[in-house]
Structures are given as structure tokens and as C-alpha cells.
Design a protein around this ligand. Structure first.
Ligand code: UDX
Length: 440
């Protein structure tokens, strides 16, 4: 059945979900209070970098399935399903900032008529669904029937469209069987495991999943340190662990730690949610601490390898928190650059997508979208994001361009033996014992 859907919030989650629901044949209107953004979107001008999204937005606008507006009231009036996908950032005290969710409810509730299903897609603390339902019913006209369903998203930036159409599961938390079934039905073309739960469990599944994935990353990063001490290779250790089906091979890449808009925010929020119910989530506290330390340890590694950094020029290759995105939110590269600058280094940096955006966040960094421009006259090369374009560089040329043939790789992009054959001192994560001795 074709549903009329309003998606509120055209950030990453809202824009991708709205577009994908339109692609599945529903009638979707995406709403945002930022009028400039809406004007751009109405011309299929996408404010984020996401492969394939622009084409999908344009096609669905053309077919009449997708439209954009800043008029919240009109959008909810013509829709039966209202998906809330506004931002839920973390406040300084660690609590989740729910102001955008509150403002959406206050703005739309008095205009809700008949039966409306509100779907919470934003990542929100446990109990939010219950609270939203109560609050909306209080503010809505008496004849309105409001049901709130939790339907968390698990999409990754850079593969958001693929993840939406091919998810590992769809989770629907509802206290009202009919509304839950209707939200399940809007996903009809997707073939995957459908998990129907109570609302609180659905809300927790999102946080629990992100916290667990973050834990896998911090675990392997800690293992990487042990590997360096004992002369083992973390790549083999991760591979051997991952072959155990109970562990699985994913999210065991050692590196400079996780960044982005979700893991840092959601792990901190989950820790605070636990604290608020008087529970000290010890593992999670360590996961967060290890992730921060990982950045500092990497800077120490660069320092140890290159010696005094005063006046040295370091080419930092990759700025985004991961490849295939221009997103710099909580990107490890930003902290690493700031720390290197503090130690007196001059920084030139390359990123194929985030360099322009980075100019607003970084000072005294010469930014480049051509990798060789960033490497010119650098003392050494540091890899912070595993962009394919960095893998594809001509490393003979790179060696001739940088003053010392030293690569410090925070993403383990290369085989140490290969790089050493090419004449580099190649330092990476969790497999550098031998090379470190060479440097010392
Ligand atoms: C994540 C979750 O994967 C997704 O389900 C959720 O909805 C939002 O948060 P995203 O932030 O887009 O998605 O990126 P992801 O690909 O998960 O990577 C997160 C961070 O972890 C990146 O900084 C990445 O470099 C790092 N990472 C990932 C590692 O350091 N090692 C790994 O093995 C995997």
C-alpha cells in the first residue's frame, strides 16, 4: 500500500530515509525548518556528500514521489505517517539534547487530525517514545489518534542508500500492533529480518549496537598495542579472531579510533543514560577513553618517529572520519592535527571531499584536493583516512617528493614489507615493532 509520509529533519538520516521511502513508491514530503536548505533541496541540490543520493533525489522528485517544504503544519496535515529524524546532539553534561524533538512536537501536535503514526527515527534515550506519545496526545485535538513507534536506523555514511535497501534487520518497537504492522509494511520491498519489539527495547537496540561496535574497535586498538610490544601483527590477530563466527570479521580494523556523527555521540549518551539510572557502565567508559587515547598515542608515535617536530612539515593525508564522506564530525584527523601543531609542526593536508569544509575548522593548515600538492616539500607523510585515492598514489613519486621517506599510517593501508621494499620507513598500527627499532 502506498502511504503518505512526512519526514521531519533533512539531515543524513531524514534525507536518505525519505528518499528511499519515495523510491519504494510512497508519497514523501521532507520537512526542514532551514529554509535555505529546503530551497536547495527543491532544486535537487544535496547539502551532504553521499554517493548516489543526488541522482535518487532528482529521480524521485521528477516522478512526483518526493517533495521538500519548510511548512511543518502543511506537511503533517497531508501525511498519515510522520517520521521524526531531527538531530539529537549531546549536551556538555553528556545528556541528549532533545530540544529539536520537543520543538517539532510543539509545532505539529495541535494540527494533527484523525489517525497519525509518529515514527521516532532519531536516536533518542529510552523512554522517549512513551514521552512523545503522551506529550503529543496532550497537545493534539481530542479526536486525533496518535501512536508512536520506534524504528531506529543503522545506516552508515558513504553507503547509506545500500544500507537502507539491504539492512541486516528492521527493528520496530510499538505498543500498538496495528501501527507496528503498518510501519513494517512501508518497508515491504526490503527482504530482511523483521524484529517487532516493545518500544523501550527498540530504543535501546540502537544504542547497544553502536556501543558494541565501538567496543570492538577499541578492543582491537588495545590489542594492537599488545601486538607492538610482543612483535605480533594485529592484522593476523584480527583475522584469526574474526574467523570465529561468534566474533565475526567486521569492525576489527585497528587504527586511530572511531569518529563520526554516531559512535562518539551515542557511546557518550549511552554512558549518561546508564548513569541517570544509577548504573556505571564500566566497559563503555573504557571504550570511550581508549578511543581518545588512541589519537594521543598516534601523535606520540609520529613524535617518536620524527623526533623534534618544531618547524617540520607534515602532510596529513585524509581528514574525513572515514572514506567516502566529507563529514568531519569528531574526525580523529582534527585532534591529531591540533596536537601536531602544538608540538610545532606545520601541516599540509589532503582530502578529496572534506578539504573545503575543513577550511572552516582548521587554522594554519594548507589544504589540498590534489594529494601531491599536500606532499610537496613535506618532511613526512601521515595517513589519517583510508581513501582509495591515497592507496592509488604513485609511491615512487611520493618518495621523491617528501624529504624523509617516512609514512606513518594510522589506518594500516599497506603491507609493511611492500612499503619497505619501496624504500619507505613505514610505521603503522599494531605491527610496527620491527620498523620502530629501525627508526630508533
Ligand atoms: C555508524 C554505524 O555503523 C551505523 O550503523 C550507525 O547508524 C551510525 O554510526 P558511521 O558513523 O557512518 O556508521 O560509520 P562506520 O562505517 O560505522 O565507522 C565509524 C567509525 O569507526 C569510523 O571513524 C571508522 O574509521 C571507524 N572504524 C570502523 C574503525 O576504526 N575500525 C573498524 O574496524 C571499523
Amino acid at each position: 500500500m502506498v502511504e503518505r509520509i512526512a519526514v521531519i529533519g533533512t539531515g543524513y538520516v531524514g534525507l536518505v530515509s525519505g528518499t528511499c521511502f519515495a523510491e519504494m513508491g510512497h508519497q514523501v514530503v521532507c520537512v526542514d525548518r532551514d529554509e535555505n536548505k529546503i530551497v536547495r533541496l527543491q532544486q535537487a541540490d544535496i547539502p551532504i556528500y553521499e554517493p548516489g543520493l543526488q541522482e535518487l533525489v532528482a529521480a524521485n522528485m521528477q516522478s512526483g514521489h518526493l517533495s521538500f517544504t519548510s511548512n511543518l503544519v502543511e506537511a503533517v496535515k497531508v501525511s498519515d505517517i510522520i517520521i521524526i529524524a531531527v538531530g539529537t546532539p549531546t549536551l556538555d553534561n553528556g545528556d541528549v539534547d532533545m530540544s529539536q524533538v520537543r520543538s517539532v512536537i510543539a509545532g505539529m501536535a495541535p494540527h494533527l487530525t484523525a489517525t497519525k503514526i509518529i515514527v521516532m527515527k532519531s536516536t533518542v534515550p529510552v523512554g522517549t517514545g512513551r514521552w512523545v506519545e503522551k506529550q503529543t496526545r496532550e497537545l493534539a485535538p481530542q479526536h486525533a489518534h496518535i501512536h508512536v513507534v520506534s524504528n531506529p536506523e543503522f545506516l552508515r555514511e558513504g553507503s547509506a542508500i545500500h544500507d537502507t535497501f539491504h539492512p541486516d534487520r528492521i527493528v520496530i518497537g510499538s505498543e500498538h500492533a496495528e501501527s507496528g504492522a503498518r510501519i513494517a509494511a512501508i518497508h515491504a520491498p526490503i527482504r530482511t529480518e523483521l524484529l517487532m519489539t516493545d518500544r523501550e527495547s527498540a530504543e535501546l537496540i540502537k544504542y547497544a549496537s553502536n556501543a558494541f561496535l565501538a567496543a570492538k574497535i577499541s578492543f582491537i586498538n588495545e590489542m594492537a598495542h599488545v601486538c607492538e610490544k610482543v612483535g605480533a601483527d594485529v592484522g593476523f590477530v584480527a583475522k584469526g579472531m574474526g574467523l570465529d563466527r561468534r566474533i565475526g570479521p567486521h569492525f576489527l580494523n585497528a587504527g586511530i579510533g572511531y569518529g563520526g556523527s554516531c559512535f562518539p555521540k551515542d557511546t557518550r549518551a549511552q554512558l549518561k543514560i546508564a548513569q541517570n539510572v544509577d548504573y556505571d557502565f564500566k566497559i563503555l567508559r573504557s571504550v570511550i577513553e581508549v578511543n581518545q587515547l588512541q589519537r594521543e598515542r598516534f601523535v606520540n608515535k609520529i613524535h617518536r618517529t620524527l623526533g623534534d617536530l618544531e618547524g617540520k612539515r607534515i602532510a596529513v593525508m585524509g581528514l574525513a572520519f572515514k572514506p567516502n564522506t566529507d563529514d568531519l564530525r569528531d574526525a580523529p584527523a582534527l585532534d591529531i592535527i591540533a596536537a601536531l601543531q602544538k608540538l610545532g609542526a606545520n601541516i599540509s593536508a589532503y582530502d578529496p571531499a572534506a578539504a573545503v569544509h575543513a577550511s572552516k575548522l582548521l587554522t594554519n593548515v594548507s589544504l589540498h584536493i590534489n594529494p601531491y600538492d599536500a606532499l610537496q616539500n613535506a618532511d613526512a607523510m601521515v595517513i589519517a583516512t583510508e581513501w582509495e585515492a591515497i592507496r592509488q598514489l604513485n609511491y615512487n613519486l611520493v618518495r621523491s617528493m617528501i624529504k624523509q621517506p617516512v609514512i606513518i599510517d594510522g589506518r594500516n593501508m599497506f603491507e609493511p614489507k611492500e612499503m619497505s621494499k619501496l624504500g619507505f620507513t613505514y610505521i603503522s598500527i599494531g605491527r610496527t615493532a620491527l620498523s620502530l627499532e629501525m627508526v630508533i
